[in-house]
Design a protein around this ligand. Structure first.
Ligand code: ZN
Length: 176
């Protein structure tokens, strides 16, 4: 259990709450001991040594603002489906076999870029064939774009990273 627990992914926020990096639990604990960070959220797991037991941090925040270069999000099938919420961008259906569709087909000069790739179910993709949406009489539900920087971090969020969600704008604010 312990080697797994210490390898949990930890989200680091800058001093102004901007997400900057995902690191391993071990590195996060070192940063805690160096008093470089405040711990905002914990996992339910602990690491134990002879003298102490420590709850693994889940979200930490730098005490001092630090300049970081922004990562680039890798363009992949997986990241396109994630951007489009696993939803066909032509018919709006979920839970269908999904494909990546070139909005402007490749042989019409369409490129492999975020702005030209969208999620389409098999049926819509076959229907569209080698046409542009206009030629196929189809409408896109969203204009494909390069995802925001925060999206990079959202990819790491599984059920265990529930506590990250408010920091990555994944949970709507509740007014009640
Ligand atoms: Zn569809």
């Amino acid at each position: 259990m312990e080697p797994v627990a210490i390898n949990q992914k930890v989200l680091i926020l800058n001093q102004n709450y901007q997400p900057i990096m995902v690191i391993g639990g071990k590195r996060a604990i070192i940063l805690m001991y160096l008093e470089k960070v405040d711990v905002l959220e914990h996992y339910s797991d602990y690491v134990h040594s002879q003298s102490l037991s420590l709850q693994i941090p889940s979200v930490i925040k730098l005490k001092k603002y630090t300049r970081y270069l922004r990562n680039n999000i890798t363009l992949s099938r997986k990241s396109i489906f994630l951007r489009d919420n696993h939803t066909c961008q032509y018919c709006g259906k979920k839970h269908l076999p999904l494909t990546v569709d070139h909005v402007v087909p490749k042989d019409k000069g369409g490129k492999d870029i975020w702005e030209n790739l969208t999620t389409a179910c098999l049926i819509c993709n076959n229907w569209k064939g080698n046409k542009t949406p206009r030629e196929g009489g189809m409408m896109l539900l969203s204009i494909p774009k390069k995802p925001s920087f925060v999206f990079y971090f959202q990819q790491f969020v599984k059920s265990k990273q529930h506590s990250w969600r408010p920091y990555l704008f994944m949970d709507p604010v509740k007014y009640d």
